[in-house]
Write a protein of this length. Sequence first.
Length: 266
Amino acid sequence: MYVGEAKAAPENNDGRSLERAGDYAGALQAYTSCAATDPAATETTVLDRRYCAARVAVLTPQAADHFAGWATLSAVRAEYRSLGHAEATRRIQAALDANPTGPAASELRLWLATELTQVDANSDAAIAARASVVADDQSSSGARALLTSAERRLQRRVRQDRIAAACALLSLGYTAATIRGLLRGARPLPVRVWACGLALLAAVPALLSWAWGSEDWGWFFAAGAAGVLGVTFARTSPPWLASAGTVGMIGVCAWAARWFDSLGVG
């Protein structure tokens, strides 16, 4: 970790000050001087030289367009709170459109993809922005891997939502069939039977979860109760619907509790 500006070499402090002021050409010169300084002969430390060399590696390619794209990106990062999402996104997109192959293009694409994903991950703009980063050979492997992983998670979430919707439809169908069966005189399991099931399959898991400090204890009770209710009223519906409806109710609870990932669903 860096030792701090108070103990840093003068060239390092100059580079930081110039970079904060937006003078990237001057900062690059200061960092270059710092990186080339002999620690044994001056106040420069090994950490100073490493930091300066890292900044030289970052800023040197940006000189190709006179730091135009990098200046826009740095300004947006520094002023994001006052600019807001819409204006910040507009500025980044304008800089990218002005020089789509410039030295800062990869960083601009990554910023844009990250920002749009945070606002609405499933929007067409966010999907296109992530795809542009993944397809950009100049993007870092880490950035491409990060966004590829995010894309896969989003696709998995879409599949999970569809599975949850199917579970909800099964649950509604089973509920309607149950009500119809009850109106026709069908009898559910006796109270003592389903009460025991509720205690064992819903209350006990919920209590254990609560004792372990889990915030999901309510969902453990809900999922257990859904299973018990499904079995309780099974005699009022066709067997296939009772089975599917019971699984559907438990599935909806698991989806609402965000358990699908840990269960490997989707």
